[in-house]
Write a protein that binds this ligand. Structure first.
Ligand code: UDX
Length: 431
């Protein structure tokens, strides 16, 4: 089938590449000329496991165009993968989506299906369909389908090709069958429901994950006070299938482009209906507290970070990505720099992005691609991301390189009992 994907950011690119992998001819459209030119030249601007390989493999099925030059007669199935950033009050900014919908209305020549992948407030799909009615004629009809994405960075290609489920929010039988045809070779259960339910599934899923993380982080904090060990607790909890083993890793909380934004959005959406989501309020509050938990602990030990040499291991919001959006590292590094610390930072993939935000020539921060150099002569080490390279560091490496071996492990990377055998001051979360 011929499919157009609007918005070739993270979600759009992964979606386009996976649709091409399944044999569709995919037109990738964006307003950013630099992005389109890079893609035409086989260059990717994001790092995601397997993306480059599948992109190159399916290049013959992928076409790239700037929105202004796009010929809408190529296809009548439009996937919308435009970002929906948060406004200052936590509400969802839909202005970029509105712009593309207007373009589709003005330029489509035949009956069209608009597939909304972007995360949008409940009721948005119906509103878009109502808005497009003004462009309809006897021979031109627009149908809007909610088809939220569940892509987790680091495993996005697999999440799309073999995802836990494909949600199709659609009440029209003909459109539903076209959606099932598009996804027929995808190895996932297809679940059809109303558009409102589909929109809610996305928010409810991401908010549940955030809630689970904040819950276990509070239990970890209580473990710290009572002398219990969160690793032992979560391991035993996970045997109960109703609870499950995943998303029970205690630490400094969740970051990234989705969970922080989607929790605030759902809080805002529910308030706009006059209902207060008490669990989500608590989730957000716990995450804000958790982010700087170890910084606050360290501050009691050091009283002042002025000219203290600090090693930072891990900058990205989680491993296997170069994404630093809402990364826990940012919140802590901001505080440490304000305190006058001298930072030596390591990350396998995040340095390019992080150093754009905090360049070495403006801030007291140096970047390293080697762990030993990062630790050299430092007085304290913070760990913000559980990359395998970081988890594999032995106690000897810390001892050989640091001036004082004081480690604040925000991702519980090491066996506490093992660390305690050495002359190391080791602090983690909930243990
Ligand atoms: C998330 C959802 O998982 C995905 O389904 C959705 O479509 C987009 O949002 P992503 O943002 O890539 O994906 O990251 P995820 O793996 O969910 O992790 C989010 C944050 O939670 C990370 O900062 C991670 O470090 C943290 N986390 C995760 C924990 O602190 N503890 C855990 O047990 C799991």
């Amino acid at each position: 089938m011929n499919i157009t994907v609007f918005g070739i950011g993270y979600v759009g690119l992964v979606t386009a590449v996976c649709l091409a992998e399944k044999g569709h001819r995919v037109y990738c459209v964006d307003i950013n000329e630099q992005k389109i030119n890079m893609l035409k030249n086989n260059k990717l601007y994001i790092y995601e496991k397997d993306l480059e390989y599948i992109f190159k493999k399916n290049k013959q099925n992928l076409y790239f165009s700037l929105l202004d030059n796009f010929n809408f007669s190529h296809s009548n199935i439009f996937f919308i993968c435009i970002g929906t950033p948060e406004d200052e009050d936590g509400s969802v900014n839909l202005s970029d989506i509105d712009n593309i919908i207007k373009n589709i209305g003005q330029n489509s020549k035949s009956n069209s299906i608009i597939v909304i992948k972007s995360t949008v407030p409940i009721g948005t799909n119906k509103k878009i369909e109502n808005y497009l009615k003004k462009y309809e004629t006897n021979n031109l009809k627009f149908s809007v389908v909610s088809n939220p994405e569940f892509l987790s960075q680091g495993s996005a290609l697999n999440d799309m090709l073999n995802g836990s489920r494909i949600i199709i929010g659609c009440e029209d039988e003909v459109v539903k069958n076209i959606m099932l045809e598009i996804y027929k070779d995808f190895n996932s259960p297809k679940i059809v429901m109303s558009r409102e339910s589909a929109e809610m599934v996305k928010y409810a899923s991401n908010n549940y994950l955030a809630l689970k993380i904040s819950y276990i982080n509070e239990i970890a904090n209580l473990c710290d006070i009572t002398g219990a060990n969160i690793d032992e607790v979560t391991n035993a909890m996970g045997y109960d299938e109703r609870i499950g083993k995943s998303f029970l890793n205690a630490g400094l909380g969740y970051g990234g482009s989705c969970l922080p934004k989607d929790t605030k959005a759902l809080k805002y959406i529910s308030l706009s209906y006059g209902y207060e989501l008490k669990t989500i309020n608590a989730t957000i509050l716990v995450n804000e507290y958790q982010r700087t938990l170890l910084y606050n602990k360290a501050k009691k030990l050091f009283t002042n970070f002025k000219n203290v040499k600090v090693a930072v291991l891990g900058l990205t919001f989680k491993p296997e990505t170069d994404d630093i959006r809402e990364a826990i590292s940012s919140y802590n590094i901001e505080l440490l720099l304000t305190d006058g610390a001298i930072i030596q930072a390591y990350d396998p993939k995040g340095i390019d992005n992080f150093s754009k935000k905090y360049p070495s020539n403006k801030y007291s921060i140096k970047y390293y691609t080697n762990i030993e150099d990062t630790l050299k002569n430092t007085d304290i080490c913070f760990i913000f991301t559980e990359w395998n390279q970081i988890k594999n560091i032995t106690p000897e490496i810390f001892i050989e390189n640091m001036a004082n071996v004081v480690i604040f492990d925000g991702r519980n990377c090491y066996d506490k009992k093992q660390m305690n055998k050495y002359d190391i001051k080791y602090y983690s979360v909930g243990r």
